[in-house]
Design a binder for this molecule. Structure first.
Ligand code: M6R
Length: 615
Protein backbone atom coordinates (compact mmCIF):
# COMPACT_ATOMS: atom_id res chain seq x y z
CA UNK A 1 0.00 0.00 0.00
CA UNK A 2 1.37 3.44 -0.89
CA UNK A 3 -0.26 6.49 0.60
CA UNK A 4 2.12 9.42 1.08
CA UNK A 5 4.69 11.08 3.32
CA UNK A 6 4.27 11.60 6.97
CA UNK A 7 3.16 14.55 9.04
CA UNK A 8 0.66 14.85 11.83
CA UNK A 9 -1.57 17.49 13.25
CA UNK A 10 -3.96 15.86 15.68
CA UNK A 11 -1.37 14.61 18.09
CA UNK A 12 -1.25 15.21 21.81
CA UNK A 13 1.70 16.68 23.65
CA UNK A 14 2.36 16.52 27.36
CA UNK A 15 5.40 17.70 29.32
CA UNK A 16 6.20 18.10 32.98
CA UNK A 17 8.86 19.68 35.13
CA UNK A 18 8.67 19.88 38.92
CA UNK A 19 9.34 17.98 42.10
CA UNK A 20 7.50 14.73 41.37
CA UNK A 21 8.56 11.74 39.28
CA UNK A 22 7.70 12.79 35.73
CA UNK A 23 6.88 9.49 34.04
CA UNK A 24 3.56 8.72 35.84
CA UNK A 25 2.38 12.28 35.18
CA UNK A 26 3.32 12.01 31.51
CA UNK A 27 1.58 8.65 31.14
CA UNK A 28 -1.53 9.90 32.88
CA UNK A 29 -1.56 12.98 30.63
CA UNK A 30 -1.16 10.87 27.50
CA UNK A 31 -4.10 8.69 28.56
CA UNK A 32 -6.27 11.78 28.87
CA UNK A 33 -5.13 12.91 25.42
CA UNK A 34 -6.02 9.61 23.77
CA UNK A 35 -9.40 11.07 22.77
CA UNK A 36 -7.48 12.99 20.09
CA UNK A 37 -6.84 9.62 18.46
CA UNK A 38 -3.75 7.49 18.76
CA UNK A 39 -1.65 5.05 16.85
CA UNK A 40 1.57 5.29 18.86
CA UNK A 41 2.98 7.05 21.89
CA UNK A 42 6.29 7.85 23.52
CA UNK A 43 8.03 9.63 26.38
CA UNK A 44 11.50 10.97 27.04
CA UNK A 45 12.89 11.60 30.50
CA UNK A 46 16.47 13.02 30.55
CA UNK A 47 18.83 10.54 32.13
CA UNK A 48 16.30 7.72 31.80
CA UNK A 49 15.93 7.63 28.04
CA UNK A 50 13.18 7.47 25.48
CA UNK A 51 10.46 4.81 25.25
CA UNK A 52 7.97 4.40 22.42
CA UNK A 53 5.29 1.93 21.40
CA UNK A 54 2.85 1.44 18.57
CA UNK A 55 -0.75 1.31 19.73
CA UNK A 56 -2.27 2.82 22.83
CA UNK A 57 -0.70 4.43 25.87
CA UNK A 58 -1.22 1.09 27.61
CA UNK A 59 1.15 -0.45 25.06
CA UNK A 60 3.69 2.22 25.97
CA UNK A 61 3.27 1.41 29.68
CA UNK A 62 4.09 -2.23 28.87
CA UNK A 63 7.28 -1.08 27.13
CA UNK A 64 8.51 0.88 30.20
CA UNK A 65 10.82 -0.81 32.71
CA UNK A 66 8.72 0.75 35.52
CA UNK A 67 8.64 4.25 36.91
CA UNK A 68 11.54 6.21 35.43
CA UNK A 69 13.80 8.29 37.66
CA UNK A 70 13.66 11.96 36.67
CA UNK A 71 11.45 14.89 37.54
CA UNK A 72 10.96 16.31 34.06
CA UNK A 73 10.09 14.87 30.69
CA UNK A 74 8.10 15.12 27.48
CA UNK A 75 5.50 12.78 25.97
CA UNK A 76 3.43 12.46 22.87
CA UNK A 77 0.51 10.50 21.54
CA UNK A 78 0.41 10.41 17.80
CA UNK A 79 -2.47 10.19 15.41
CA UNK A 80 -0.86 10.09 12.01
CA UNK A 81 -2.45 11.81 9.09
CA UNK A 82 0.03 10.24 6.65
CA UNK A 83 2.32 7.24 6.66
CA UNK A 84 2.34 4.14 8.80
CA UNK A 85 2.28 4.18 12.58
CA UNK A 86 5.60 2.77 13.79
CA UNK A 87 7.99 3.17 16.70
CA UNK A 88 10.53 5.06 14.60
CA UNK A 89 7.90 7.53 13.53
CA UNK A 90 6.53 7.93 17.06
CA UNK A 91 7.70 10.95 19.06
CA UNK A 92 9.83 12.13 20.89
CA UNK A 93 12.42 12.72 18.15
CA UNK A 94 16.04 13.68 18.68
CA UNK A 95 18.83 15.50 16.87
CA UNK A 96 21.86 13.67 15.48
CA UNK A 97 23.81 13.95 18.76
CA UNK A 98 20.78 12.77 20.79
CA UNK A 99 21.39 15.94 22.82
CA UNK A 100 18.03 17.53 22.05
CA UNK A 101 14.59 15.84 22.16
CA UNK A 102 11.26 17.17 21.12
CA UNK A 103 7.58 16.42 20.68
CA UNK A 104 5.52 18.21 18.05
CA UNK A 105 1.92 18.68 17.07
CA UNK A 106 1.46 20.30 13.67
CA UNK A 107 2.79 20.14 10.15
CA UNK A 108 6.14 21.40 8.90
CA UNK A 109 5.23 22.14 5.33
CA UNK A 110 8.75 22.75 3.99
CA UNK A 111 10.26 19.75 5.70
CA UNK A 112 11.24 18.05 2.44
CA UNK A 113 13.47 20.96 1.44
CA UNK A 114 14.91 21.24 4.95
CA UNK A 115 15.55 17.51 5.11
CA UNK A 116 17.33 17.54 1.74
CA UNK A 117 19.47 20.47 2.83
CA UNK A 118 20.39 18.76 6.11
CA UNK A 119 21.11 15.50 4.29
CA UNK A 120 23.57 17.36 2.03
CA UNK A 121 25.24 18.60 5.22
CA UNK A 122 25.68 15.02 6.41
CA UNK A 123 22.58 14.48 8.55
CA UNK A 124 20.93 11.07 8.47
CA UNK A 125 17.38 10.47 9.57
CA UNK A 126 15.81 7.45 11.16
CA UNK A 127 12.13 8.32 10.64
CA UNK A 128 9.96 9.70 7.85
CA UNK A 129 8.67 12.54 10.00
CA UNK A 130 8.80 16.29 9.60
CA UNK A 131 9.38 16.48 13.36
CA UNK A 132 12.74 14.76 13.18
CA UNK A 133 13.90 17.49 10.79
CA UNK A 134 12.95 20.11 13.36
CA UNK A 135 14.83 18.19 16.08
CA UNK A 136 17.96 18.23 13.90
CA UNK A 137 17.62 21.95 13.29
CA UNK A 138 17.32 22.69 17.00
CA UNK A 139 20.20 20.31 17.76
CA UNK A 140 22.52 22.03 15.26
CA UNK A 141 21.74 25.45 16.70
CA UNK A 142 22.12 24.17 20.27
CA UNK A 143 25.54 22.69 19.47
CA UNK A 144 26.66 26.10 18.23
CA UNK A 145 25.13 28.49 20.75
CA UNK A 146 24.38 26.28 23.73
CA UNK A 147 21.29 28.27 24.60
CA UNK A 148 18.20 26.07 24.28
CA UNK A 149 15.52 28.80 23.98
CA UNK A 150 17.61 30.70 21.40
CA UNK A 151 18.29 27.46 19.51
CA UNK A 152 14.57 26.65 19.38
CA UNK A 153 13.68 30.11 18.07
CA UNK A 154 16.49 29.99 15.51
CA UNK A 155 15.25 26.62 14.23
CA UNK A 156 11.62 27.70 14.14
CA UNK A 157 12.57 30.69 11.99
CA UNK A 158 13.49 28.18 9.26
CA UNK A 159 10.22 26.29 9.17
CA UNK A 160 6.91 26.97 7.42
CA UNK A 161 3.82 25.38 8.84
CA UNK A 162 2.22 24.86 12.20
CA UNK A 163 3.58 23.64 15.46
CA UNK A 164 3.09 23.27 19.15
CA UNK A 165 6.32 21.83 20.54
CA UNK A 166 8.00 20.91 23.80
CA UNK A 167 11.79 20.59 23.73
CA UNK A 168 14.37 19.30 26.22
CA UNK A 169 18.14 18.99 26.20
CA UNK A 170 19.84 15.98 27.81
CA UNK A 171 22.24 18.30 29.67
CA UNK A 172 19.48 20.57 31.05
CA UNK A 173 17.31 17.88 32.65
CA UNK A 174 14.87 20.22 34.40
CA UNK A 175 14.21 22.76 31.64
CA UNK A 176 11.50 22.64 29.04
CA UNK A 177 11.11 25.06 26.15
CA UNK A 178 7.70 25.13 24.56
CA UNK A 179 6.56 27.18 21.57
CA UNK A 180 3.47 27.62 19.52
CA UNK A 181 2.43 28.60 16.03
CA UNK A 182 -0.94 27.32 14.87
CA UNK A 183 -1.14 24.32 17.23
CA UNK A 184 -2.28 24.98 20.79
CA UNK A 185 -0.09 24.86 23.87
CA UNK A 186 -1.54 25.15 27.37
CA UNK A 187 0.68 25.48 30.46
CA UNK A 188 -0.63 24.47 33.87
CA UNK A 189 1.06 26.48 36.60
CA UNK A 190 1.64 25.28 40.17
CA UNK A 191 4.20 26.28 42.77
CA UNK A 192 7.48 24.89 41.37
CA UNK A 193 5.65 22.57 38.95
CA UNK A 194 4.51 22.98 35.37
CA UNK A 195 2.52 20.71 33.13
CA UNK A 196 2.35 21.54 29.45
CA UNK A 197 -0.12 19.99 27.03
CA UNK A 198 -1.89 20.38 23.71
CA UNK A 199 -5.04 21.23 25.62
CA UNK A 200 -6.05 21.70 29.22
CA UNK A 201 -7.49 18.17 29.64
CA UNK A 202 -4.34 16.61 31.18
CA UNK A 203 -3.72 19.76 33.22
CA UNK A 204 -6.99 20.31 35.09
CA UNK A 205 -6.47 17.39 37.44
CA UNK A 206 -3.22 19.08 38.62
CA UNK A 207 -4.12 22.77 38.60
CA UNK A 208 -6.82 25.12 37.38
CA UNK A 209 -4.31 27.92 36.60
CA UNK A 210 -3.66 27.64 32.90
CA UNK A 211 -1.73 29.91 30.57
CA UNK A 212 -2.39 29.52 26.84
CA UNK A 213 0.53 30.44 24.60
CA UNK A 214 -0.34 32.60 21.61
CA UNK A 215 1.07 32.14 18.13
CA UNK A 216 4.65 33.40 17.96
CA UNK A 217 5.32 32.90 21.67
CA UNK A 218 7.56 30.54 23.57
CA UNK A 219 7.98 29.74 27.25
CA UNK A 220 10.92 28.45 29.29
CA UNK A 221 10.02 26.44 32.38
CA UNK A 222 11.96 24.83 35.20
CA UNK A 223 11.13 24.24 38.89
CA UNK A 224 12.80 27.61 39.59
CA UNK A 225 10.19 29.50 37.58
CA UNK A 226 8.98 30.31 34.10
CA UNK A 227 8.97 33.09 31.54
CA UNK A 228 6.97 33.74 28.39
CA UNK A 229 8.64 35.46 25.44
CA UNK A 230 7.96 36.58 21.91
CA UNK A 231 9.98 35.01 19.12
CA UNK A 232 11.97 38.28 19.21
CA UNK A 233 12.90 37.34 22.80
CA UNK A 234 10.84 40.17 24.32
CA UNK A 235 9.65 39.31 27.83
CA UNK A 236 5.85 39.06 27.91
CA UNK A 237 3.81 39.67 30.97
CA UNK A 238 1.32 36.83 30.67
CA UNK A 239 -0.79 35.73 33.60
CA UNK A 240 -2.58 32.37 33.81
CA UNK A 241 -6.36 32.20 33.76
CA UNK A 242 -8.41 30.05 36.08
CA UNK A 243 -10.31 27.39 34.19
CA UNK A 244 -13.46 25.91 35.62
CA UNK A 245 -14.10 23.09 33.16
CA UNK A 246 -13.45 19.38 33.62
CA UNK A 247 -11.55 16.90 31.45
CA UNK A 248 -14.55 15.97 29.36
CA UNK A 249 -15.40 19.62 28.71
CA UNK A 250 -11.90 20.19 27.43
CA UNK A 251 -11.96 17.10 25.26
CA UNK A 252 -15.11 18.39 23.65
CA UNK A 253 -13.38 21.73 23.08
CA UNK A 254 -15.89 23.40 25.37
CA UNK A 255 -18.79 22.17 23.23
CA UNK A 256 -21.55 20.10 24.77
CA UNK A 257 -21.07 17.21 22.32
CA UNK A 258 -18.38 15.77 20.08
CA UNK A 259 -20.85 15.91 17.21
CA UNK A 260 -21.10 19.70 17.43
CA UNK A 261 -17.35 20.06 17.95
CA UNK A 262 -16.73 17.97 14.85
CA UNK A 263 -19.25 19.88 12.74
CA UNK A 264 -17.59 23.13 13.80
CA UNK A 265 -14.21 21.69 12.77
CA UNK A 266 -15.41 21.29 9.17
CA UNK A 267 -13.78 24.47 7.79
CA UNK A 268 -10.42 23.45 9.28
CA UNK A 269 -10.85 19.90 8.02
CA UNK A 270 -11.60 21.18 4.51
CA UNK A 271 -8.37 23.19 4.74
CA UNK A 272 -6.37 20.25 6.04
CA UNK A 273 -7.73 17.83 3.46
CA UNK A 274 -6.68 20.13 0.61
CA UNK A 275 -3.49 21.35 2.28
CA UNK A 276 -0.47 20.90 0.02
CA UNK A 277 -2.59 18.98 -2.48
CA UNK A 278 -3.39 21.67 -5.02
CA UNK A 279 -0.89 22.83 -7.60
CA UNK A 280 -2.62 25.88 -8.98
CA UNK A 281 -0.20 26.60 -11.82
CA UNK A 282 -0.85 23.10 -13.15
CA UNK A 283 -4.57 23.23 -12.43
CA UNK A 284 -4.07 19.89 -10.75
CA UNK A 285 -4.21 17.98 -7.50
CA UNK A 286 -1.04 16.47 -6.05
CA UNK A 287 -1.94 13.17 -4.43
CA UNK A 288 1.37 11.62 -3.42
CA UNK A 289 -0.16 8.27 -2.59
CA UNK A 290 -1.38 7.78 -6.15
CA UNK A 291 1.94 8.36 -7.89
CA UNK A 292 2.58 4.63 -8.24
CA UNK A 293 -0.84 4.14 -9.82
CA UNK A 294 -0.70 6.94 -12.42
CA UNK A 295 -0.28 4.52 -15.35
CA UNK A 296 -3.17 2.34 -14.23
CA UNK A 297 -5.39 5.36 -13.67
CA UNK A 298 -4.56 6.80 -17.08
CA UNK A 299 -5.70 3.59 -18.70
CA UNK A 300 -8.55 2.52 -16.43
CA UNK A 301 -11.80 1.91 -18.33
CA UNK A 302 -14.26 2.01 -15.48
CA UNK A 303 -14.39 2.36 -11.74
CA UNK A 304 -16.34 0.88 -8.88
CA UNK A 305 -16.65 2.95 -5.73
CA UNK A 306 -17.56 0.96 -2.69
CA UNK A 307 -18.53 2.11 0.83
CA UNK A 308 -21.17 1.76 3.53
CA UNK A 309 -23.55 4.29 5.06
CA UNK A 310 -22.32 7.84 4.68
CA UNK A 311 -19.20 6.65 2.87
CA UNK A 312 -21.48 5.07 0.24
CA UNK A 313 -23.28 8.40 -0.22
CA UNK A 314 -19.91 10.13 -0.55
CA UNK A 315 -19.17 7.55 -3.25
CA UNK A 316 -22.36 8.55 -5.08
CA UNK A 317 -21.11 12.14 -5.25
CA UNK A 318 -17.69 10.79 -6.28
CA UNK A 319 -19.26 8.96 -9.21
CA UNK A 320 -20.75 12.17 -10.59
CA UNK A 321 -17.53 14.11 -10.07
CA UNK A 322 -15.39 11.49 -11.80
CA UNK A 323 -17.80 11.01 -14.67
CA UNK A 324 -18.07 14.79 -15.19
CA UNK A 325 -14.36 15.50 -15.03
CA UNK A 326 -13.05 12.41 -16.80
CA UNK A 327 -15.76 10.60 -18.72
CA UNK A 328 -14.82 7.34 -17.00
CA UNK A 329 -17.99 5.37 -16.18
CA UNK A 330 -18.33 4.77 -12.45
CA UNK A 331 -20.54 2.33 -10.59
CA UNK A 332 -21.21 2.77 -6.86
CA UNK A 333 -21.81 -0.27 -4.71
CA UNK A 334 -22.72 -0.79 -1.09
CA UNK A 335 -19.99 -2.93 0.48
CA UNK A 336 -22.38 -5.65 1.63
CA UNK A 337 -23.67 -6.07 -1.93
CA UNK A 338 -20.38 -5.96 -3.75
CA UNK A 339 -18.77 -8.62 -1.63
CA UNK A 340 -21.77 -10.93 -1.50
CA UNK A 341 -23.18 -11.06 -4.99
CA UNK A 342 -21.45 -11.91 -8.25
CA UNK A 343 -21.10 -8.35 -9.58
CA UNK A 344 -19.82 -8.44 -13.13
CA UNK A 345 -16.51 -6.66 -13.49
CA UNK A 346 -14.57 -6.18 -16.68
CA UNK A 347 -10.95 -5.78 -17.68
CA UNK A 348 -9.63 -2.33 -16.86
CA UNK A 349 -11.72 -1.80 -13.71
CA UNK A 350 -10.31 0.00 -10.67
CA UNK A 351 -11.97 -0.22 -7.26
CA UNK A 352 -12.08 2.74 -4.88
CA UNK A 353 -12.94 1.93 -1.25
CA UNK A 354 -14.20 4.85 0.87
CA UNK A 355 -14.09 4.41 4.64
CA UNK A 356 -13.53 6.77 7.56
CA UNK A 357 -12.42 4.04 9.95
CA UNK A 358 -10.72 1.84 7.40
CA UNK A 359 -12.13 -1.12 9.32
CA UNK A 360 -15.71 -1.52 8.04
CA UNK A 361 -16.10 -5.25 7.43
CA UNK A 362 -18.12 -5.01 4.22
CA UNK A 363 -15.87 -2.40 2.65
CA UNK A 364 -12.81 -4.41 3.61
CA UNK A 365 -14.46 -7.58 2.27
CA UNK A 366 -15.02 -5.72 -1.02
CA UNK A 367 -11.36 -4.73 -1.21
CA UNK A 368 -10.38 -8.36 -0.67
CA UNK A 369 -12.89 -9.54 -3.25
CA UNK A 370 -11.52 -7.02 -5.78
CA UNK A 371 -7.98 -8.16 -5.11
CA UNK A 372 -9.05 -11.76 -5.58
CA UNK A 373 -10.29 -10.74 -9.00
CA UNK A 374 -7.03 -8.93 -9.79
CA UNK A 375 -8.63 -5.48 -9.69
CA UNK A 376 -6.34 -2.61 -8.57
CA UNK A 377 -7.61 -1.02 -5.34
CA UNK A 378 -7.47 2.54 -4.04
CA UNK A 379 -8.39 3.51 -0.48
CA UNK A 380 -9.90 6.81 0.63
CA UNK A 381 -9.42 6.39 4.34
CA UNK A 382 -9.25 8.63 7.39
CA UNK A 383 -7.57 6.38 9.94
CA UNK A 384 -3.93 5.97 9.04
CA UNK A 385 -2.62 2.43 9.18
CA UNK A 386 -6.12 0.94 9.37
CA UNK A 387 -6.75 -2.38 7.67
CA UNK A 388 -8.23 -0.91 4.47
CA UNK A 389 -5.32 1.56 4.29
CA UNK A 390 -2.90 -1.35 4.57
CA UNK A 391 -4.66 -3.70 2.19
CA UNK A 392 -5.45 -1.33 -0.69
CA UNK A 393 -2.72 -0.92 -3.31
CA UNK A 394 -2.56 2.87 -3.07
CA UNK A 395 -4.61 5.53 -1.39
CA UNK A 396 -5.43 8.98 -0.18
CA UNK A 397 -5.82 9.87 3.48
CA UNK A 398 -8.57 12.28 4.47
CA UNK A 399 -6.70 14.27 7.13
CA UNK A 400 -9.98 14.89 8.96
CA UNK A 401 -8.54 14.08 12.38
CA UNK A 402 -10.16 11.58 14.70
CA UNK A 403 -13.93 11.52 14.58
CA UNK A 404 -15.44 10.49 17.89
CA UNK A 405 -19.15 11.15 17.36
CA UNK A 406 -20.75 8.01 15.95
CA UNK A 407 -22.53 9.99 13.25
CA UNK A 408 -20.05 10.92 10.58
CA UNK A 409 -19.86 14.69 10.02
CA UNK A 410 -16.46 16.19 9.35
CA UNK A 411 -15.08 12.91 7.98
CA UNK A 412 -17.95 12.66 5.50
CA UNK A 413 -17.21 16.19 4.29
CA UNK A 414 -13.53 15.32 3.92
CA UNK A 415 -14.51 12.23 1.89
CA UNK A 416 -16.39 14.50 -0.51
CA UNK A 417 -13.40 16.80 -0.78
CA UNK A 418 -10.93 13.96 -1.34
CA UNK A 419 -13.20 12.63 -4.07
CA UNK A 420 -13.22 16.09 -5.69
CA UNK A 421 -9.40 16.20 -5.56
CA UNK A 422 -9.25 12.66 -6.90
CA UNK A 423 -11.59 13.53 -9.78
CA UNK A 424 -9.43 16.56 -10.58
CA UNK A 425 -6.28 14.46 -10.57
CA UNK A 426 -7.89 11.82 -12.80
CA UNK A 427 -9.28 14.52 -15.07
CA UNK A 428 -5.85 16.07 -15.57
CA UNK A 429 -4.41 12.63 -16.35
CA UNK A 430 -7.05 12.22 -19.00
CA UNK A 431 -7.36 15.46 -20.91
CA UNK A 432 -9.04 17.96 -18.59
CA UNK A 433 -7.53 21.32 -19.50
CA UNK A 434 -5.26 23.21 -17.14
CA UNK A 435 -7.68 26.15 -17.18
CA UNK A 436 -10.69 24.04 -16.16
CA UNK A 437 -8.61 22.26 -13.57
CA UNK A 438 -7.39 25.54 -12.07
CA UNK A 439 -10.89 26.95 -11.93
CA UNK A 440 -12.12 23.83 -10.15
CA UNK A 441 -9.15 23.83 -7.76
CA UNK A 442 -9.68 27.50 -6.95
CA UNK A 443 -13.25 26.78 -5.94
CA UNK A 444 -12.12 23.91 -3.70
CA UNK A 445 -9.89 26.37 -1.88
CA UNK A 446 -12.84 28.71 -1.30
CA UNK A 447 -14.92 26.04 0.44
CA UNK A 448 -13.58 26.44 4.00
CA UNK A 449 -14.60 30.10 4.12
CA UNK A 450 -18.02 29.28 2.72
CA UNK A 451 -18.42 26.52 5.31
CA UNK A 452 -17.56 29.09 8.01
CA UNK A 453 -20.35 31.32 6.73
CA UNK A 454 -22.88 28.47 7.06
CA UNK A 455 -21.70 27.62 10.56
CA UNK A 456 -21.91 31.25 11.65
CA UNK A 457 -25.66 31.03 10.98
CA UNK A 458 -26.22 27.94 13.08
CA UNK A 459 -28.49 29.73 15.52
CA UNK A 460 -31.13 29.97 12.78
CA UNK A 461 -30.86 26.22 12.18
CA UNK A 462 -31.22 25.59 15.90
CA UNK A 463 -34.43 27.65 15.87
CA UNK A 464 -35.74 25.75 12.88
CA UNK A 465 -35.04 22.42 14.56
CA UNK A 466 -37.12 23.68 17.50
CA UNK A 467 -39.98 24.71 15.23
CA UNK A 468 -40.05 21.33 13.48
CA UNK A 469 -39.62 19.29 16.65
CA UNK A 470 -43.22 18.11 16.70
CA UNK A 471 -43.02 16.27 13.36
CA UNK A 472 -42.42 12.52 13.30
CA UNK A 473 -41.65 12.07 9.59
CA UNK A 474 -39.45 13.96 7.15
CA UNK A 475 -38.75 13.60 3.48
CA UNK A 476 -35.43 14.82 2.06
CA UNK A 477 -35.38 15.38 -1.69
CA UNK A 478 -32.69 16.35 -4.15
CA UNK A 479 -31.51 15.80 -7.70
CA UNK A 480 -28.18 15.29 -9.40
CA UNK A 481 -25.29 16.11 -7.12
CA UNK A 482 -27.68 16.61 -4.23
CA UNK A 483 -29.57 13.35 -4.47
CA UNK A 484 -26.88 11.82 -2.22
CA UNK A 485 -27.25 14.91 0.01
CA UNK A 486 -30.91 14.00 0.46
CA UNK A 487 -29.97 10.43 1.41
CA UNK A 488 -27.27 11.58 3.78
CA UNK A 489 -29.42 14.32 5.35
CA UNK A 490 -32.13 11.76 6.09
CA UNK A 491 -29.60 9.26 7.45
CA UNK A 492 -28.17 11.89 9.81
CA UNK A 493 -31.61 12.77 11.17
CA UNK A 494 -32.50 9.11 11.68
CA UNK A 495 -29.22 8.30 13.40
CA UNK A 496 -29.14 11.01 16.01
CA UNK A 497 -32.81 11.87 16.57
CA UNK A 498 -34.58 8.55 15.79
CA UNK A 499 -37.04 10.56 13.70
CA UNK A 500 -38.27 8.77 10.60
CA UNK A 501 -36.70 10.39 7.55
CA UNK A 502 -36.48 9.26 3.95
CA UNK A 503 -34.11 10.47 1.29
CA UNK A 504 -35.64 10.44 -2.16
CA UNK A 505 -34.86 11.57 -5.68
CA UNK A 506 -37.16 14.53 -6.30
CA UNK A 507 -37.91 13.16 -9.75
CA UNK A 508 -39.31 10.03 -8.14
CA UNK A 509 -41.87 11.88 -6.01
CA UNK A 510 -44.67 11.36 -8.49
CA UNK A 511 -43.95 7.65 -8.59
CA UNK A 512 -45.07 7.08 -5.04
CA UNK A 513 -43.79 9.17 -2.14
CA UNK A 514 -45.97 12.19 -2.84
CA UNK A 515 -48.88 10.09 -1.57
CA UNK A 516 -47.49 10.53 1.94
CA UNK A 517 -47.40 14.30 1.83
CA UNK A 518 -49.81 16.26 4.01
CA UNK A 519 -49.54 19.09 6.54
CA UNK A 520 -47.73 16.89 9.07
CA UNK A 521 -45.11 15.49 6.71
CA UNK A 522 -42.40 18.11 6.10
CA UNK A 523 -39.92 18.00 3.23
CA UNK A 524 -36.36 19.24 3.21
CA UNK A 525 -35.64 20.20 -0.40
CA UNK A 526 -32.02 20.62 -1.38
CA UNK A 527 -32.32 23.05 -4.26
CA UNK A 528 -29.28 25.23 -4.95
CA UNK A 529 -29.43 27.53 -7.97
CA UNK A 530 -27.98 25.07 -10.46
CA UNK A 531 -29.03 22.95 -13.43
CA UNK A 532 -31.56 21.06 -11.28
CA UNK A 533 -33.25 24.13 -9.82
CA UNK A 534 -36.22 24.51 -12.19
CA UNK A 535 -37.21 20.87 -11.75
CA UNK A 536 -36.73 21.02 -8.00
CA UNK A 537 -38.95 24.07 -7.90
CA UNK A 538 -41.74 22.17 -9.69
CA UNK A 539 -41.42 19.32 -7.19
CA UNK A 540 -41.67 21.75 -4.30
CA UNK A 541 -44.73 23.40 -5.86
CA UNK A 542 -46.39 19.98 -6.00
CA UNK A 543 -45.63 19.40 -2.34
CA UNK A 544 -46.90 22.85 -1.33
CA UNK A 545 -50.09 22.22 -3.28
CA UNK A 546 -50.69 19.28 -0.93
CA UNK A 547 -50.03 21.44 2.16
CA UNK A 548 -46.70 19.77 2.91
CA UNK A 549 -44.38 22.07 4.93
CA UNK A 550 -41.08 22.68 3.10
CA UNK A 551 -37.64 23.73 4.27
CA UNK A 552 -35.45 24.64 1.31
CA UNK A 553 -31.67 24.58 1.26
CA UNK A 554 -31.05 27.24 -1.38
CA UNK A 555 -28.33 29.48 -2.75
CA UNK A 556 -27.79 32.90 -1.20
CA UNK A 557 -29.46 35.57 -3.29
CA UNK A 558 -32.44 33.42 -4.21
CA UNK A 559 -35.01 35.54 -2.41
CA UNK A 560 -37.84 34.38 -4.67
CA UNK A 561 -37.81 30.99 -2.98
CA UNK A 562 -39.07 32.59 0.23
CA UNK A 563 -42.52 32.99 -1.35
CA UNK A 564 -42.70 29.31 -2.19
CA UNK A 565 -41.50 27.50 0.93
CA UNK A 566 -41.99 27.81 4.68
CA UNK A 567 -38.34 28.19 5.62
CA UNK A 568 -35.06 28.68 3.79
CA UNK A 569 -31.53 27.77 4.82
CA UNK A 570 -29.08 29.62 2.61
CA UNK A 571 -25.71 28.29 1.49
CA UNK A 572 -23.09 30.31 -0.42
CA UNK A 573 -22.85 29.91 -4.17
CA UNK A 574 -20.33 27.41 -5.50
CA UNK A 575 -19.85 25.15 -8.50
CA UNK A 576 -22.71 22.71 -8.92
CA UNK A 577 -20.45 19.71 -8.43
CA UNK A 578 -19.21 21.07 -5.08
CA UNK A 579 -22.62 22.01 -3.65
CA UNK A 580 -22.90 18.78 -1.60
CA UNK A 581 -19.90 19.93 0.44
CA UNK A 582 -21.85 23.00 1.54
CA UNK A 583 -25.43 21.65 1.52
CA UNK A 584 -24.66 18.83 3.94
CA UNK A 585 -23.46 21.15 6.69
CA UNK A 586 -26.85 22.68 7.63
CA UNK A 587 -28.43 19.21 7.45
CA UNK A 588 -25.90 17.90 9.97
CA UNK A 589 -26.69 20.84 12.24
CA UNK A 590 -30.43 20.29 11.84
CA UNK A 591 -30.04 16.64 12.85
CA UNK A 592 -27.79 17.57 15.76
CA UNK A 593 -30.19 20.15 17.20
CA UNK A 594 -33.19 17.88 16.69
CA UNK A 595 -31.39 15.08 18.55
CA UNK A 596 -30.39 17.20 21.51
CA UNK A 597 -33.82 18.84 21.74
CA UNK A 598 -35.25 15.34 21.99
CA UNK A 599 -32.89 14.75 24.91
CA UNK A 600 -30.80 12.12 23.13
CA UNK A 601 -27.14 11.23 23.34
CA UNK A 602 -26.18 12.34 19.84
CA UNK A 603 -22.59 11.22 20.27
CA UNK A 604 -23.60 7.63 20.96
CA UNK A 605 -26.95 6.87 19.33
CA UNK A 606 -28.59 3.65 20.44
CA UNK A 607 -27.82 0.44 18.55
CA UNK A 608 -24.96 2.00 16.57
CA UNK A 609 -21.19 1.51 16.61
CA UNK A 610 -18.68 3.95 15.20
CA UNK A 611 -17.09 1.28 13.15
CA UNK A 612 -19.00 -1.78 11.94
CA UNK A 613 -16.38 -4.50 11.95
CA UNK A 614 -18.79 -7.41 11.58
CA UNK A 615 -20.98 -8.39 8.62
O1 M6R B 1 -15.84 3.94 8.86
P1 M6R B 1 -16.68 3.91 7.61
O2 M6R B 1 -16.64 5.20 6.86
O3 M6R B 1 -16.36 2.76 6.72
O4 M6R B 1 -18.16 3.72 8.14
C1 M6R B 1 -19.20 3.52 7.26
C2 M6R B 1 -20.52 3.67 7.94
O5 M6R B 1 -20.65 2.74 8.97
C3 M6R B 1 -20.71 5.07 8.50
O6 M6R B 1 -20.60 6.05 7.51
C4 M6R B 1 -22.09 5.18 9.16
O7 M6R B 1 -23.10 5.14 8.20
C5 M6R B 1 -22.16 6.44 10.01
N1 M6R B 1 -22.79 6.14 11.24
C6 M6R B 1 -22.87 7.55 9.35
O8 M6R B 1 -23.03 8.66 10.15
Amino acid sequence: MAYSVLTENMCGIVAYTGNKPASPILIDGLRVLEYRGYDSAGIYVPGSGCYKAVGSVQDLVKALPGMLPGHAGIGHTRWATHGQPSTVNAHPHHDRAKAVWLVHNGIIENYTELRERLAREGHTFVSDTDTEVLAHLVGDAYERIHDLPAAVVEALALVDGTYGIAVMAEDMPDTIVTARFGSPIAIGIKEGEYIIASDAAPIVRHTRDVLYLKDGEYAVLSPEGYGVFSFKHEVLNRAPETVSYNIEDVQKGGHPHFMLKEILEIPTVLENTARGRIVMREGNAKLGGLTDAADILRETKCMIIVGCGSAYYAGMVGKLLIEDLTGIPVQVEVGSEFRNRPIVTKEGTTLVAVSQSGETADTLGSVREAKRRGIPTIGIVNVVGSTIARETDVGIYNHAGPEIGVASTKAFLSQLEVLALFALYLGRLRGLTQARGAEFAMEILRLPEKARTILSRREKIRRLAGEYLGYDDFLYIGRGYNLPTAYEGALKLKEVSYVHAEGYGAGEMKHGPIAMIDEVFPTVAIMPSDSTYAKMRSNVEEIRARNGPVIAVATEGNTAIQDLVDDVIYIPDTKECLTPILANIPLQLFAYYTGIMRGLNVDRPRNLAKSVTVE
